[in-house]
Design a protein around this ligand. Sequence first.
Ligand code: MG
Length: 375
Amino acid sequence: MAELAPYAISEVNSRGRRIAEEAPCGRSQFQRDRDRIIHSGAFRRLEYKTQVFVNHEGDLFRTRLTHSIEVAQIARSIARRLRLNEDLVEAISLAHDLGHTPFGHAGQDALNACMKEYGGFEHNLQSLRVVDLLEERYAAFDGLNLCFETREGILKHCSAINAVKLEGLGERFLHNRRPSLEAQIANLADEIAYNNHDMDDGLRSGLIELEQLATVPLVATHLHEVRTAYPDLPERRVVHETVRRMINTLVSDLIRQSERNISAHGLSNIEDVHTAPVMIAFSAEMIEQQRALKNFLHTHLYRHYRVMRMSSKAQRIISELFAIFMQDVRLLPPPFQRQAEQERARAVADYIAGMTDRYAIREHRRIFAVEEVLA
Ligand code: MG
């Protein structure tokens, strides 16, 4: 592998782990972080959590797990080209959605509304809570005891109120400093991944059609190229070929623009990264093109009546579970009951956020369905 750029995160400039540990043998500190994430329970649960389509709607749709793997793939390609820390971007990407609730954004919004009077619920912060606290696997510490830079990358956004409570990790939100370039990459790789795979899943579901999408310039250009070069290609292959070219275009644009930004600002070390503006970025033209795609997906997919029906069911499941557990903590499994003695609402939120889609549906049935005698 090429030598890391001087402004990359490395083991030398890393701020280390909260609890000091012996250096790993035969792998880097950030590889160790990635390995801990992959072995966590929260990571395995991503397999049964919704991205857009609820898990039982079809076997080929993305889940949070396959989404996270796609993000990691895109992020690593970008990091390697920019001579940044590939292991770190991989760890951040695989962990970025660990705190996501069941049922995608509908679930997150519902839980946030339930938690309004108790400090709110934000999935970035919850991902951090998972890796810092909720995973119970290691003898010597709670959570996964990840490196500062991995945790920093997971915490994409944070309100000032919460930033104050987070000490070192919250500083950048209070002092207007940027996270590592590796964190910036994971953030945009997330965007590239979901725009493209949501389009692909939307087409597969039949909720949107290719001809409609041809009104979006980014799609139109690549679709036209594919159809011209391969006039007889079956539709599914046209879709895949178009999506793969779109991802390529976005990734190449991002690399080119970021290189330009980095050299224009003359970055020479990690401190420069923290004080410079955001360096990892698309060109102005590509931002515009992506915006048109996002707008399309919002109007035609995320707000499609069939998606809305599922979201509405999901919101009801989450808010009813929240209400009943708040009313009677004796319905919670014992470990959460113990936590609820200290912080009732947060314990309920941790329990609900950890659920997979199907677990939440089953739990709701176990508690509310009269025919379920032995819950
Ligand atoms: Mg994501």
